[in-house]
Write a protein that binds this ligand. Structure first.
Ligand code: ZN
Ligand code: ZN
Length: 106
């Protein structure tokens, strides 16, 4: 096959489209959720331990970052209880795990 008349590889429409998409992403309008992979223009970032995480919803942020209650497995979204790096959703759960010297951090 002769290739006379065809544009150089770098200028083919597919490549240009891909480049355009990359430029749009770099513009900061779209961000991809770490949990579900959704591209969303109203995504937000949560900084935890100095590391930024990007999410499209609070639900996804909680799924990825919220600690789990050691006793019942509930995601701790509000003020939980912590003892030596272990989290509990409430005093009841902490007591069930034998932790008694805790008070709600309210
Ligand atoms: Zn998501
Ligand atoms: Zn619990």
């Amino acid at each position: 096959m002769e290739k006379i008349g065809q544009p150089p590889t770098s200028a083919r429409p597919r490549t240009l489209l891909k480049l355009a998409n990359e430029v749009r992403r770099e513009g900061g309008k779209m961000a991809t959720c770490e949990t579900c992979g959704n591209d969303y223009d109203k995504a937000f970032q949560v900084v935890m331990n100095g590391q930024a995480h990007t999410f499209d919803s609070f639900e996804c942020a909680i799924h990825a970052l919220a600690p789990m209650c050691e006793h019942c497995g509930t995601r701790i979204v509000g003020h939980g209880l912590e003892k030596d790096g272990t989290y509990y959703c409430c005093d009841h759960c902490a007591q069930k795990e034998g932790v008694t010297d805790l008070r709600d951090r309210l």
